[in-house]
Design a protein around this ligand. Structure first.
Ligand code: HEC
Ligand code: HEC
Length: 400
């Protein structure tokens, strides 16, 4: 129900023809960044110590696609976060610069500016700046980029002496223009966070529908939305509001952020290091609890779940329809105890989930690779021939 309530108020805002900043007039005057949001989407929080600027966003974009930021010179953020897959990588588990396998599935990066916590099950990671330090310097669960005190100076030297970066750094941090000791904490991480924060996705059919175009959703997707929000399926108990489709969210008009974690019985057994929030708290009531994932662009981000154990959206629906996998631990009370869908109804839910695909997001050159290839041409944006819901296998039933 919650989704439908928010949905109705959004439609009202849209009908009144008000601007995207009506929910949040204060935000409008304090952001120097063009968020380019449609009507009804509240501005996200910008950290006081890292307000958004276009110059930081652009610097972050070059860094995001640069493999020089890794121990072996072979891993960039973009190695595991591919734009054409809504910034996931299509694999069950990604590998880091030394070839180690990460125990969890790579996450999508759309609209993270509205999230209250980051990663699959880390209530303690509450800013993008903090999150991004992880893959750069982590040794656990794996070294992703593998930066350590022994290779850091070399990596920094390659950035500091590159004329492209010098220009970008001076533009992004003019107050430090005479200081060529650019570093991760004060410059590179804030820029990477600004780029990721600026990756917004609000141009799906579902968004057009929310903005008042009732023909933007097919009849099947509308029936799927009604099922999604129904007491039978109970999806909106957790995939809650209509701009993030999760209960892990915040914006400038809310006084406190919300981040909820749930055991949905996605797997039979939760083994180390995938025991969810328990890994952080050691509290047995947190066993198997993971963050509610946003469902935006979900048809582009297979495989699914924290351990990539669901190959298809249909597999996910099958697990939910049995009330979770009924394994070791009791599932969350907000979850439906189980439901039966006819194949037509299943197709309708898939049509709704596929209406969350934003083809503009995955083809937007602003988010693409800015570096030139060996011939000096911009690398730009990779295409994804299966992205369109009309041909995407995630959007079709296996046995219609
Ligand atoms: C080796 C693959 C890999 C690399 C390289 C990598 N990531 Fe990730 N990313 C992941 C995985 C896996 C997760 C989920 C981690 C977890 O929950 O344990 C993730 C999570 C994230 C999240 C959290 C998203 C959310 O919704 O909470 C952000 C933001 C992110 N990565 C940004 C980056 C940036 C920026 C870089 C480069 C500095 C980067 N990643 C490098 C694999 C990678
Ligand atoms: C009790 C809260 C809750 C309810 C109710 C719920 N979900 Fe989820 N959803 C989650 C959590 C938590 C995850 C991550 C679980 C994991 O990976 O272990 C998730 C993951 C997903 C994923 C995979 C996301 C990804 O990126 O891998 C899909 C798709 C999904 N849910 C759809 C639905 C649908 C459809 C319904 C209704 C039938 C539903 N959810 C009901 C909390 C919930």
């Amino acid at each position: 129900m919650a989704l439908l309530v928010v949905l109705t108020s959004s439609l009202l805002v849209a009908c009144m023809g008000s601007s995207s900043t009506t929910l949040d007039d204060q935000g409008a005057s304090v952001s120097s960044f063009d968020w380019g949001l449609p009507d009804g989407i509240p501005l996200p929080v910008e950290p006081d110590d890292n307000p958004m600027t276009e110059a930081k966003f652009q610097l972050g974009r070059y860094l995001f696609y640069d493999t020089r930021l890794s121990a072996n010179g072979d891993i960039a953020c973009a190695s595991c976060h591919h734009q054409e897959k809504a910034f996931t990588d299509g694999r069950q588990f990604p590998t880091g610069t030394w070839g180690d396998t990460h125990p969890r599935n790579a996450m999508s990066l759309g609209n993270t500016a509205w999230f209250a916590t980051f990663n699959w099950a880390r209530p303690d990671v509450t800013t993008l700046e903090e999150q991004i330090r992880g893959p750069l310097f982590n040794s656990s669960p794996i070294p992703e980029h593998g930066l350590t005190s022994s290779n850091l100076d070399g990596v920094l030297a390659s950035i500091r002496t590159d004329s492209t970066y010098q220009a970008l750094l001076v533009a992004a941090f003019p107050e430090a223009a005479t200081d060529t000791e650019w570093d991760f904490d004060d410059h590179l991480i804030p820029a990477l966070a600004s780029f990721v924060r600026g990756l917004t996705s609000f141009d799906s059919d579902f968004d057009h529908y929310l903005q008042g175009d009732s023909s933007a959703l097919s009849a099947a997707a509308k029936r799927g939305l009604a099922l999604f929000a129904s007491e039978r399926l109970e999806c909106t108990h957790c995939h809650l509001d209509n701009f993030t489709l999760t209960d892990n969210h915040m914006n400038r008009s809310w006084t406190y952020p919300t981040s909820n974690f749930h055991n949905t019985g996605a797997v039979y057994r939760f083994d180390e290091p995938n025991r969810g929030v328990y890994e952080v708290t050691g509290n047995s009531s947190h066993l198997g609890q993971f963050r509610t994932m946003s469902l935006r662009n979900i048809a582009l981000t297979a495989p699914y779940s924290h351990d990539g154990s669901h190959a298809t959206l249909e597999d996910i629906l099958d697990t939910y329809s049995q009330g979770g996998k009924q394994g070791d631990y009791q599932v969350d009370g907000d979850l439906s105890p189980g439901f039966t869908l006819t194949s037509d109804e299943k197709a309708d839910v898939l049509a709704f989930l596929c209406s969350l695909t934003d083809l503009t997001f995955i083809s937007n050159p602003r988010y693409g690779n800015p570096w030139p290839d060996a011939d000096g041409n911009p690398i730009g944006v990779a295409s994804n021939a299966e992205a369109d819901p009309a041909v995407n296998p995630q959007c079709q039933l296996s046995n219609p």
